[in-house]
Structure formats: structure tokens, C-alpha cells
Design a protein around this ligand. Structure first.
Ligand code: ZN
Length: 396
């Protein structure tokens, strides 16, 4: 018996074991195979197995999983995931997922400074949509208010360090009022001052360079670890005049690292802003926290917690000379008691002049309030930043 004489169910079950990319080729070899290749269940399985497509989330938009696989997922499925935008020092966070039968990319942006505890915001960036009229995939830029318009996507093939580049063919559709939009997005009555506006002007000019063409690099989900002060993940942190930036918290050995996903002209995206030495914990009383000078003089050997009596919490205070970048506001508005913290560690924070000149790691304290909130006291700057976990599910 020839293989093409097998019953349709048998051919279909064989097809289910083939990678999707081979199916389309096999389908062209004979009439029976072509017929089997029209069985939707085979393609739904390939969409699910190879690209994690959840059919329930796509209905009723998908008419044909065969078309979805061959026209959208096979050529563009590599885009699915989380990416860091390469926009000079500013960076950016982008999530690309299958939703309602198409590939859709959103860019995340932070709440208005300094309210780090508010939800992260999203903006549509682009989509890859199957047009039922012509049966082709359409790549559309969704930036601005001018409606969807043509977009090019090119991919650099590198397994270890995936990246792709977007090229918008009609950046004029992004609109003329972008600077105004940026101000409205990032500032409110609390922060609309000359200092912030100047920073935003610079940001706007720099971001314009990346408006029509921009490259993205893959960002892997953080690995889970046990017995660490907080779970790894993404945090929103206050960076003074630069506003709120996104930090990717991971662990390397006995260090907690906070890498910038978004950055600023002083310390750009991808640099390690925070480095927390987990082997240098501290338990301080209120007198020891009287001034920055007193904190600088601490002997780390003496302020170590005793290992026999692990402390549940310890007192915390901020001396009045420290510039508060939104920490008290978080306390007032969320009701979090900032007079006690869970843990405190020595660490270093990266500071630099504009253009990342004279960069140096300077002494700092990391103060953990709970799983989702921590502060970073920059001793040299005499200022404190507050970090609040991004709770939205970025990685699913
Ligand atoms: Zn565009």
C-alpha cells in the first residue's frame, strides 16, 4: 500500500507530528496530502505547539489556522516575546503577543512621576494582521493618531542575541503634536516645572531620531531564585528630573542587580543602576540613621544582623537633609508604613554626568519594605529613590 492510500485520519495524525514548516511543502506533493493539510485541527496544533497560541483567546477572529500559521506565525512568530527598544539612552519596553488573531506589539510607559505605585501604561506600537480579502499578512505601524500605516520589519538572524528593526514608511502620520503629548504623558501639576520640561525637550529631540526606524533586542524572563529579599522582576523607580524609569531586577551570585530597561542621558538604558550586596546586610537603630554622614561612617561589621536571631523588621527613618524622590508620597497615598523596613543592605549606585561621563559606582543603602516596594538611598547624592514592582504580567 502506498502512503497516499492511507485513510485521511491516519495521514492527519502523521501530519500532527511534522513541524509546521514541512507541512506546507508535503501538502504540495499529492492530492491526498493536500486534502489532509486542509484539516484545521492540524494547524491549530502547530500554532499552539510552536508559538504557544491559545485558541480561546483568538476566537472568533481566526478563520483559518492554516493561513494564520503560514502567513503570520511562520514568517513573524519570532517577534513574539518581550523586547528592549534601542532608543539611545532612553531604551524602552515592548511586548509582542498574539491577540484576537493577530500579532500585536505594545510599548509600556511609566506612570506620571513620582507616583511609581500607579499601573504601568501601554501604547499600541504595531500589528501583523491577516487580511481576509487578499489572504496576506499586513504589517502596520500604529503610532500616532493617523491610523494604521505601512511598516517594514527586518530581522538579524542570531540565535543567541535576537534582534529586529522596524521601519515606518509614513512617520508623518505620527502627528505634529508629539512634544505636547510627551509632556501630557509624563508630567502633571506636581511636576510641571522648568527642570522637568527641559529634560523632556532633550528626550523628545533624541527620540525623534528613532521615530521612523528603531531596533529591538530580546529580553529574557528573569530566573526564579529562592531565599532572596524580593522576587526578580521589573520595577518602576524614581530618578529625579529624569522621571520614572524601568529597572530589571535579577540576581548574580550574592548580588541583586538592577539593570535599566529605560534610562536617561546621564545613566543610559542597559547600564546596571543598582547593585545590592546581599552579603552585607545591616540592622540599624534610629540614632545610626540620624544623618547621611552617620550612615557613611557605619562599620558594616558592627551593624550586621546576628545570624541566631534573624530580624523580622527594623526601624527606618530618613534624615531631613535627604532629597525625597517620591518615597513619602508613596507612603501617604498607599498607606505603607515607612517607619519600619524588612531588610537593609549595603550596595552601590551608578551615577554619571550627562553623556555617561565620569561614571562611578557610589555607596548606597537598599531598603526593602516588602516584596514589591524598596528604596535606594544614594549617599553621595543625598537623595532617595523609591522602586515599586510592575505587577502587570509582562512575560505571559
Ligand atoms: Zn509609523
Amino acid at each position: 500500500m502506498n502512503i497516499d492510500e492511507l485513510p485521511l485520519e491516519v495521514i492527519t495524525s502523521i501530519f500532527c507530528r511534522l513541524p509546521g514548516k514541512d507541512l506546507a511543502i508535503v501538502a504540495q506533493t499529492c492530492k491526498e496530502f493536500h486534502e489532509a493539510s486542509l484539516v484545521e485541527a492540524v494547524w491549530l496544533l502547530k500554532c499552539k505547539e510552536e508559538f504557544g497560541v491559545d485558541a480561546e483567546l483568538q476566537e472568533p477572529e481566526v478563520e483559518s489556522y492554516r493561513q494564520l500559521y503560514t502567513k503570520v506565525l511562520y514568517p513573524y512568530g519570532h517577534l513574539l516575546g518581550v523586547w528592549q527598544a534601542q532608543r539611545g539612552p532612553y531604551g524602552g519596553l515592548v511586548k509582542i503577543q498574539m491577540t484576537e488573531g493577530m500579532i500585536k506589539a505594545v510599548q509600556y510607559y511609566t506612570p506620571v512621576d513620582p507616583r511609581v505605585y500607579l499601573p504601568i501604561r501601554v501604547k499600541d506600537l504595531f500589528q501583523v494582521r491577516l487580511d481576509p480579502q487578499d489572504g496576506l499578512a499586513h504589517l502596520e505601524c500604529l503610532k500616532g493618531k493617523g491610523g494604521p500605516h505601512k511598516l517594514g520589519i527586518s530581522r538579524k538572524s542570531s540565535e543567541s542575541d535576537p534582534e529586529f528593526t522596524l521601519n515606518c514608511y509614513e512617520p508623518k502620520k505620527h502627528g505634529a503634536s508629539m512634544f505636547h503629548d510627551l509632556i501630557m504623558e509624563e508630567l502633571d501639576d506636581l511636576t510641571i516645572d522648568e527642570f522637568h520640561v527641559d529634560h523632556l525637550k532633550m528626550k523628545y529631540m533624541k527620540l525623534e531620531e528613532f521615530d521612523s526606524i528603531c531596533t529591538f533586542k530580546s529580553l529574557e524572563p528573569p530566573k526564579t531564585v529562592d531565599n532572596m529579599p524580593v522576587k526578580p522582576g521589573i520595577f518602576k523607580g524614581t530618578y529625579g528630573g529624569h522621571g520614572i524609569e524601568l529597572i530589571y531586577v535579577t540576581y548574580v551570585g550574592n548580588r541583586m542587580m538592577g539593570m535599566k530597561i529605560t534610562g536617561d542621558p546621564n545613566v543610559p538604558a542597559t547600564k546596571v543602576s543598582l547593585e545590592v550586596h546581599l552579603d552585607k546586610p545591616m540592622v540599624l537603630d534610629l540614632v545610626q540613621q540620624e544623618s547621611v554622614h552617620a550612615l557613611e561612617d557605619l562599620d558594616l561589621q558592627i551593624v550586621r544582623p546576628s545570624s541566631e536571631q534573624p530580624q523580622e523588621s527594623q526601624p527606618f527613618r530618613l534624615s531631613s537633609e535627604v532629597h525625597d524622590r517620591g518615597m513619602s508620597l508613596l507612603g501617604e497615598e498607599t498607606g505603607l508604613d515607612l517607619r519600619r523596613c524588612k531588610q537593609r543592605f549595603y550596595g552601590t549606585g551608578l551615577i554619571a554626568m550627562s553623556g555617561f561621563r565620569d561614571a562611578e559606582r557610589t555607596p548606597a543603602h537598599c531598603i526593602i519594605f516588602n516584596e514589591d516596594v524598596m528604596a535606594f538611598l544614594w549617599l553621595k547624592l543625598k537623595s532617595v529613590s523609591i522602586y515599586s514592582r510592575v505587577k502587570e504580567d509582562i512575560w505571559s
